[in-house]
Design a binder for this molecule. Structure first.
Ligand SMILES: [Fe+2]
Ligand SMILES: [Fe+2]
Length: 188
């Protein structure tokens, strides 16, 4: 199963892409069932990508000294707290509500939900590392280490962007076709 870990996975395994072939991504928006639940949920995913990009942008500015450390720390603190809280809330909603409702609709795709569940555990672990790395630049223990801590945090952000994007793309490509085919059930 290690080849299915987020960092190793090139995408969903082929057997889990059967419905995606029937409902390819570029045709989602023109489907009547797209608007509402699906578009709201995809917007949440986009928001996570945007907040991560914003934190990377701020951190690059801090590295180049284009932003005062005090202002950087205050803005990063706000974005980082928001990101962690929203990620936990989003995972909770999917684990408790979306996944159990959708996983039985198409038996061919059930294995995909185990992969997504495992992703959530992996992302939760990585969020601890993210929080520690963010705190080390928000509240530097030793000003001597600020430059290297900022560089480390940028690495953490870059890696997190990669694995989160892998999860979001695969989750979208598993779940959106299910809702387009079978309807939003009682998710809305
Ligand atoms: Fe998820
Ligand atoms: Fe999600």
């Amino acid at each position: 199963m290690s080849e299915l870990k987020l960092e190793m996975r090139p995408g969903l395994p082929d057997p889990l892409r059967v419905l995606l072939q029937e409902f390819p991504r570029d045709a989602w928006q023109s489907n009547d069932r797209f608007h509402g639940l699906i578009s709201f949920w995809l917007d949440r995913h986009m928001m996570f990508r945007q907040v991560l990009a914003k934190m990377s942008d701020l951190t690059q500015q801090a590295q180049q000294r284009d932003i005062e450390q005090r202002i950087y720390a205050s803005q990063l603190s706000r974005y980082a707290r928001f990101f962690v809280e929203q990620m936990h809330g989003h995972h909770h909603m999917e684990d408790e509500h979306y996944f159990p409702t959708l996983m039985d609709l198409d038996s061919r795709l059930q294995r995909g939900f185990a992969i997504l569940d495992s992703d959530h555990h992996e992302l939760d672990e990585q969020l601890h590392g993210f929080t520690d790395a963010a705190n080390s630049v928000i509240m530097p223990r030793d000003p001597v280490n600020v430059v290297s801590d900022t560089a480390k945090f940028l690495d953490v952000l870059t890696r997190f962007e990669l694995i989160l994007n892998r999860h979001l793309v695969d989750e979208e490509e598993l779940i959106v076709p299910i809702i387009l085919k079978y309807g939003p059930a009682d998710l809305g």
